[in-house]
Design a protein. Sequence first.
Lengths: 409, 341
Amino acid sequence: MSRKIDERIPQDSGAGTTIKEYVALQSPWNRLISYQEAMHYISRFESVLSAAAIQALRIIVPDYAERAQMMCEDAIQRLYMTGKYYGDDDGFGIHPFMCGEYPGALIGDKGDDALLMCGRCNDFGTYRCEKELDVCDWDIVGSELCRTTTMSLQGQAKAAAERRPGGPTLDYMMVEAKGCGDRHCRIIAENRDKYPAPPHELWQSFGPAVTDDYKKYTEEEDCVDESMMFREECNYHFVNGTNNETDSSNQMINLSTAASLYVLPAISEAVKRGYVTREQADHILHCVLEAAGKAMFGERYAIKGLRDWMGVPNSIREDGRLLAGLIELQLQALVCPYEIEAFNEKECILVIERSYLEITGTKDLPEAHVSMWYGMAKTLINAQWALWEEDSPEGKLRIKIAKRIDKFA
Amino acid sequence: MNKNIFKYDDMKRSEHMAVRNHVGWYFWTHQLLEVTGPDVTAFLDYIYSGDIASLAVGRDRYTTMLNEQGEIIDDVVIMRISEDTYWVSTLYATKADDWWYYHQGDFDVEWTEITEDWQMLAVQGPKSKEVLNALCGESVDSQKFFEIRENELDGIPVKINRAGFTGEKWGYEIYMSPDDLEAIEKAVDAEVVKAGGMRVTEFQIMAWTLPTEAGIYYMRDLAHTNPFETGLDRNIKWDKDFIGKDALLAIRESGPEREMVGFEVLEDDYYIRAKQYGGPGEPVFIETEEEEVGRVSKLVYSYVKEVNNGYILAKKGTLKIGDRIRIHGHDCIITKKNWLV
């Protein structure tokens, strides 16, 4: 095999992937993809990966309530710990006098905007908060995730309240969810002393809200499809009601995914609880992700669309450069540094900074990507081709795309 | 759906009206920066648009911090604690810290964030003086508005600043060590209840409804505005150099392009987005829906006047008091922006 790197325009696309230099993504064939489009692309791709990963969890823990409860317990605990040790009150515009759990809404509001989950805050008070989303790229993952994300707010809110004790608690609920087919996602948080309701399990934090008549339902014509940071009317800034203000350059490095934050940690939790062994869990995860990868380009028009999107010249037919080019774009969109060791019609080798692909520190996320990319190789190129990890240096993920005969594939 | 989140809420109403009719107290700790050094007065005079040099020891001043374009990036209360020491009360300490550092230049000045060293309780309303006098070692009778004094409360040393964010003539802010917070809260609560008042617990009352009713702004209202647009130009000290002065002089010459006006929504329940929740606020149109003349900055409720009240940041001269307009299909009227006078 050759270590040759074909002539590329530019040769170093993806080099120095830092925000300062990041005006656009560059495909290996110099197709520029705007920062905004890149955010949308990678957000949806990672949601597809997450949607596949949750199928593994559904196989491992078939009972809906049991699975959702486990996901919620895991999320509330982890996000509580995140808030406790890394909570940034000033960064979210949480003021010193804000006692209680309502500042959790400020954290959620900012996080939504960074994840392109655009909408609006409709109420923000000590005893009631309401957030309405018009768009959620995670709406394909599954309703268990909708329940679980609510618990991340609950955990963060608890951590914020501990820094300023003495305020009232809030019960965060997702009373509408795009993942369930609703027009909006709607989180309503209510204080149970003021708005009493029967107690419920964590996974049942789905409403109905006691204060349903207060809710503000945004009609279709007033809905938005971009986050504040990408809207001219907001001067391309996210700004909340407490003056916390950030522009879009702040956001790409904050991209987190459903798989990294919720699904893969829940699979680890299922292993810990003895549903399956780690090996069984990895096997199931690999199977569903490989299938999801194959499904991405099973339709020939998807390949044609991708070639156009990346500006692939006609001289390049079916070989590994197609997939390598796509992976490069994904890595650039994730602000994940990588080096190109080989890029030619025989083979492509990328050496990726592993920790960056873990995104939120989720150790098995790089392997999840490898499984999905393997499946994509089979349909985006053809079944003679494969993608695998080989000879990774310490702290790196070295992936190779080449033809490979595997009698057990 | 769309039920008014203020009007029918008895808890919010009682907390708000306790302040207006009797007295209310609440935990109101802000971020606090202590600034010292030989050049401290000159430095603060350069950073802020108001008159710092004339501030006597023991007195406070409300002022704005501007960027080079003359836009307000923070509004603060500055307290002169001693000849060379000031406290700056803000809700934007991290931004102020960066901004000051960037503009420090040759000023011989130092600052420290002391937020964690001081907690603050607000006691506001017509009976607040009575409450403070019942609790404090020294009478507060002669204490002027925006004056901070050492005192004792139940034998505990405190600083008492006569000030507030409610528009009340009588209101005090009690600064104390965090170690003393619990004891002072207990003492204040008992005395406030005795005076017919109560604790204010709702953020929307302390930060939104009380100040808005008095025409006072809460940070987001001011974002990306200049003092002429918001009526804060009266506090500017023109015969000194300060950041944003050149831009403000140009604006003074040409006239501001926008102005903050008051408005009321004449229907009980509504769907109107306001900047107080984040985002750009509801667009405001007149006559034809083709011309946007402003955005809704704030929309809350005046429990004193029993109206939905708020602010619109509008193109200068397009909206006049008494004008009837429709916002997102709801009947509204333009008003002055103080509902207590």
